[in-house]
Design a protein around this ligand. Structure first.
Ligand SMILES: [Zn+2]
Length: 65
């Protein structure tokens, strides 16, 4: 049986309702909820997540403007 990491649990609880990028200690990836349409995005690191978010907002939610 795996014992949950108290810090990871704390972070998950704290960030549960946050739309800021957050790190998933279990999946080992970053995720965030976009402000534009509340789609959940995932990336291997925070820099990629920002790129994906910008791409998403610009091309998928604003039609490329
Ligand atoms: Zn969107």
């Amino acid at each position: 049986m795996e014992i949950p990491d108290p810090f990871a649990t704390f972070v998950a609880e704290r960030d549960k309702d946050s739309k800021l990028p957050k790190y998933d200690y279990f999946a080992k990836e970053w995720s965030m909820i976009t402000a534009c349409c509340e789609t959940e995005l995932f990336a291997a690191n925070r820099k990629m997540l920002t790129k994906i978010r910008l791409y998403h907002t610009r091309n998928e939610c604003m039609g490329g403007y």
